[in-house]
Ligand binder design. Structure first.
Ligand SMILES: [Zn+2]
Length: 220
C-alpha cells in the first residue's frame, strides 16, 4: 500500500546547515510530499521537503526516510525511535561555504575547487582528498613552484611567500600530499580533510582573489 500526503510537514522547523549562512540556522518547510509505503507490517516513510533558511531566505531541499524495521533504543530516555536518513540538496556542511568571489580564480583552479568542495560537502572523502591534492598541484603549476615532488614544491611556495611555513607544515602532516597519495588519501580523516581544505582555500584566496580585488581598489 502506498499513501501520499501533501504538506503534512509544512511549516515544520529544523536547525540545519545553510548554504550561505555561517553554521546552522532555522529552516522552515514551505511544501512537502510525504509518502508512506507498507507491506506485511513493514512500513517505509519518506518526506520530501522544500525548505527555506529563515536567515538568508535561500531555498533548498531536504529528504528523510525511515523504516519500521530500523529503530534505535536510547538508554538515557528509555525510548525507541526510528533511525532517520536525512539528506540535503545541495549538500552542505555547516561552516563550509564556498570561497567568496571565486569567479576570480583561474579556470582550471575554479573547476577543481568546485568539484572538491562538492565532494567534501557530500562527504565523498576519497574524492575530496584527491581534489585537495589536485588543487595544490594546480596552484604549484600555475605559480611555477620548483621541486622534484609535491612536498618540495609546497616548500617552494613558502619560499615564494604565497604560503606560510605553518600552513605548509600542517599540509604535510595531513597525509593528503605524500608520494603514496592514493593509498594515504583513503586513510585521511574528516578532520584532516577539513583542515587541509581550510589551508587550500586560504592559499587560493591569497594567490588569486585578494591581489585582483586589491588591483581593482587601486584603480578607483
Ligand atoms: Zn541561510
Amino acid at each position: 500500500m502506498r499513501k501520499i500526503e501533501h504538506d503534512k510537514t509544512k511549516d515544520k522547523e529544523y536547525d540545519l546547515a545553510c548554504i550561505k549562512c555561517d553554521g546552522e540556522t532555522c529552516h522552515k518547510v514551505l511544501f512537502s510530499v510525504n509518502v508512506l509505503e507498507s507491506e506485511d507490517e513493514i512500513s517505509v516513510s519518506r518526506d520530501y521537503e522544500i525548505i527555506i533558511c529563515q536567515g538568508c531566505k535561500e531555498v533548498s531541499f531536504r529528504t528523510t526516510s525511515s523504516c519500521s524495521e530500523d529503530m534505535s533504543y536510547d538508554p538515557e530516555t528509555g525510548e525507541t525511535d526510528y533511525d532517520e536518513d536525512i539528506k540535503l540538496y545541495p549538500s552542505r556542511i555547516a561552516g563550509r561555504k564556498q570561497v567568496k568571489d571565486m569567479y576570480l580564480l583561474p579556470d582550471e583552479v575554479l573547476k577543481i575547487y568546485k568539484e572538491t568542495h562538492g565532494a567534501l560537502c557530500g562527504r565523498l572523502s576519497i574524492l575530496a582528498g584527491i581534489g585537495i591534492r589536485a588543487l595544490v598541484e594546480s596552484v604549484c603549476r600555475e605559480k611555477e613552484a620548483q621541486g622534484g615532488n609535491l612536498k618540495n614544491k609546497i616548500d617552494d611556495l613558502v619560499t615564494k611567500g604565497v604560503l606560510t611555513k605553518d600552513s605548509a607544515e600542517t599540509l604535510h602532516s595531513t597525509r593528503l600530499l605524500g608520494n603514496n597519495s592514493a593509498h594515504e588519501t583513503i586513510a585521511a580523516t574528516d578532520d584532516e580533510l577539513d583542515i587541509a581544505m581550510d589551508i587550500v582555500e586560504n592559499l587560493i584566496k591569497t594567490v588569486y582573489v585578494i591581489p585582483q580585488k586589491a588591483k581593482k581598489l587601486n584603480k578607483k
